[in-house]
Design a protein around this ligand. Structure first.
Ligand code: XMP
Length: 518
């Protein structure tokens, strides 16, 4: 088993996931709980507690600041291999006598790592080329390694991107191997597991796994009635079908028509779930309630809270009618972590599934997908037999178009955005690029600019296009869409949506930008 100490990185759970994907158990613990788990006595080897290796995660703090999370340096006396990632590397250096300083610049995104120094290679780099691209997300950096350590990798800006004390089996890396954009990241983690003496056997999400999930839901809901929030997106659709398989007609799926959805969404949903799966779907029209709740709301977090509240109220109504005890939601793992689900992580956005729930909600929450990432949810959906038109659908945020309209949400802005968004979707699908992208959509920026139409000055709206590539929600790069396609989209939008006179393309990666604009 690997003990993963969580210093609050947004990607801590991604590290755990990668380790588990390699068939190895991984336990995430808060820094303050480590010694309780391992035992205070350094003569007691960690292996006696079944711990083969320790990973120190990244985190948003700076090691040289007083309040920063830390660990007892006893853990370095246990004879257990340690891998420090980003903040974890810096903390290891700090505690073992090295030096960490604040970098001149924060660095986010790709960097080339050169990993052959004076012909030396670390065991951590077995099977990895001498040069590879790694994903960075940091401000501080190590400038002096502790005694016993050598440097095995550098980048243009970081002198100690990979360090190791091979004798004590301590390793530190400044980049994030858990993020898919880091080349050979899985190989690096595999090498660390081998250094820990662990044999690797991959575990799969298969039919048996899904049967067990269904059984768990059956056990927790029993003979009670449940309502499920169905939005038509991948997550809630998979959650609804899982629960439908578990409890059959005791589940009522409620689709709250918030009026914030994309073109044609409600109709597709009705067709698939009612007609194909014969599920009972209650379509509740709450368009006016949502618009009212969003009146004069500009702040993105306030929007999410207002939407969460209106949504639950609409829900509670239906739940009361059918006397439901449970509320099923399609919350997935990134929603949890980005709503600051772990002790030292920072709040990025309150995803309405998590952060916006009113405390006096009268329903017990069941979230069968809470521990999964999007691609895993898709795998589960495929096993359940959901059609591709739902499984391959791009992710769509719970607060829907409200977080793609900067400023107050109004009916008119929604109409303009829907018109532009439809064109983005159509053209990207026509170019056969849909499957390659994580998400592609239009954003109502709220910026008015000057244009010219038929010799007349025209002051109109600006629409931004966002198209991104990713395999999970934690990191992404903007898609290099062909100029011809961008040209076609832009021309169509300004011609077909008369209020718009300017279209811009968002060329920012995540991090530092998030995928959605709000
Ligand atoms: P961000 O914008 O945080 O998005 O990089 C990551 C993924 O999550 C989706 N997203 C949300 N999903 N409620 C949701 O259910 C939300 O409030 C929310 N905000 C973002 C987003 O579409 C992307 O796929």
């Amino acid at each position: 088993m690997i003990l993963l100490i969580d210093f609050g990185s947004q990607t801590t759970h991604l590290i755990a996931r990668r380790i588990r994907e390699l068939g190895v158990d991984c336990k995430i613990v808060a820094p303050s709980d480590v010694l309780d788990i391992i035992g205070m006595d350094s003569r007691l080897r960690g292996n006696d507690k079944g711990i083969d290796g320790i990973i120190l995660s990244g985190g948003p703090a700076a090691v040289f600041e007083k309040q920063s999370p830390t660990i007892d340096s006893e853990i370095f006396k246990l004879g257990i291999p340690v891998l420090g990632i980003c903040y974890g590397q810096q903390l290891m250096c700090h505690l073992l006598g090295g030096e960490v300083v604040a970098g001149h610049k924060r660095e986010y995104g790709p960097a080339v790592v050169r990993s052959k120094i004076k012909d030396q290679r670390s065991k951590l780099l077995e099977g990895i080329p001498e040069e590879f691209t790694a994903w960075m997300s940091h401000g501080d950096q190590v400038i002096k390694t502790p005694e016993g350590f050598s440097t095995y990798g550098t980048t243009k800006t970081i002198p100690h991107a990979i360090i190791a004390d091979e004798k004590r089996k301590f390793y530190g890396i400044q980049f994030h191997p858990e993020v898919v954009h880091t080349e050979f990241g899985e190989q690096l983690l595999k090498n660390f597991l081998e250094i820990c003496g662990i044999e690797i056997a991959k575990q799969e999400i298969n039919e048996e796994f899904v049967e067990n999930l269904i059984k768990d839901i059956k056990d927790s809901v029993g003979e009670e009635k449940a309502v499920c929030a169905l939005s038509g997106g991948v997550d809630s659709s998979v959650a609804a079908l899982l629960v439908h398989k578990a409890i059959g007609k005791n589940l009522t799926s409620v689709y709250v028509d918030s009026g914030l959805m994309r073109e044609g969404e409600t109709e597709t949903l009705r067709e698939v779930f009612r007609n194909k799966y014969k599920m009972s779907v209650d379509i509740t029209d709450a368009k006016q309630e949502f618009l009212k709740a969003l009146e004069n709301v500009v702040d993105p977090e306030q929007k999410r809270k207002a939407i969460g509240k209106t949504f639950i109220e609409a829900f509670d109504g239906v739940a009361k009618k059918i006397n439901a005890k449970f509320l099923i939601q399609g919350t997935i793992y990134p929603d949890v972590i980005e709503s600051a689900g772990s002790k030292h992580s920072q709040k990025i956005k309150s995803h309405h599934n998590v952060g916006g729930l009113p405390e006096d909600m009268n329903l017990a929450l069941v979230e069968p997908l809470r521990n999964f990432y999007k691609d895993e949810v898709r795998k589960i959906g495929k096993i359940l037999g959901l059609p591709d038109e739902i499984i391959e659908r791009q992710p769509f945020p719970g607060p829907a178009l409200a977080v793609r309209i900067i400023g107050e949400v109004t009916e008119e802005k929604l109409r303009i955005l829907r018109g532009a968004d439809k064109i983005v979707l159509e053209e990207i699908e026509k170019a056969d690029l849909g499957k390659k992208l994580w998400q592609f959509f239009a954003v109502f920026t709220g910026i008015k600019t000057t244009g010219v139409r038929g010799d007349q000055r025209f002051y109109g709206e600006t629409i931004a296009i966002r198209a991104i590539e990713a395999t999970d929600a934690m990191s992404a790069s903007f898609a290099r869409l062909p100029y011809e396609l961008l040209d076609k989209i832009s021309t169509r939008i300004v011609n077909e949506v008369p209020e718009v006179n300017r279209v811009v393309y968002d060329i920012t990666n995540k991090p530092p930008a998030t995928m959605e604009w709000e």
